[in-house]
Ligand binder design. Structure first.
Ligand code: SF4
Length: 166
């Protein structure tokens, strides 16, 4: 499990995550190759859902017209599979961003926690930790095996180039 930058109680009060404006948004998480199968083996995904690399979404309520992750409980704002949520969810608001041939660790500035703290030492130290982690042999292999989680995100803050070519 990746060390987290954002305190959980802050996330629980924010209605930004796990909701997407479009069903095929690049912001909705992709599963690593083994993740969907693991959730299906616990009957948390059906066969059809497990055959996709995208976390399944459902339409929100009349009030919340977004597409919500199937695993989000909108009443409590909690992820129902938090301890085994996908790698991309553990990483967010940090993202693996493709820019031409370069793969860049980036962060979503729409996250209010990041917006407040992006100039702090705490933020710089966390970004350095994540960069070192993602450049380790284990995570380099994970990225090579799972190019579906490397996407082109617009309007993000670029932090550091990762030493990998996909
Ligand atoms: S799996 Fe959990 S953390 Fe990831 S998008 Fe769904 S509700 Fe959010």
């Amino acid at each position: 499990m990746i060390k987290q930058f954002i305190a959980q109680d802050f996330c629980l009060k924010c209605l930004g995550c796990c909701r997407f404006r479009e069903p095929d948004s690049c912001w909705s998480p992709r599963f690593l190759k083994e993740e969907a199968g693991e959730l299906a083996s616990r009957n948390l995904l059906n066969k059809e859902q497990a055959s996709s690399d995208k976390v399944p979404l459902r339409l929100g309520s009349e009030v919340d017209k977004n597409f919500l992750c199937l695993f989000l409980n909108p009443s409590s704002n909690r992820c129902q599979i938090y301890s085994s949520r996908p790698f991309e969810c553990q990483l967010y608001p940090f993202l693996i961003n493709r820019k031409g041939e370069k793969i860049i660790l980036s962060v979503d500035l729409n996250c209010p926690f990041v917006k407040e703290r992006r100039s702090t030492l705490e933020f710089r130290e966390y970004a350095a930790y994540l960069s070192e982690l993602l450049n380790s042999p284990h995570y380099q292999k994970l990225l090579l095996d799972n190019p579906q989680i490397v996407q082109k995100y617009d309007g993000v803050l670029e932090l550091s180039q990762l030493g990998i070519i996909l």
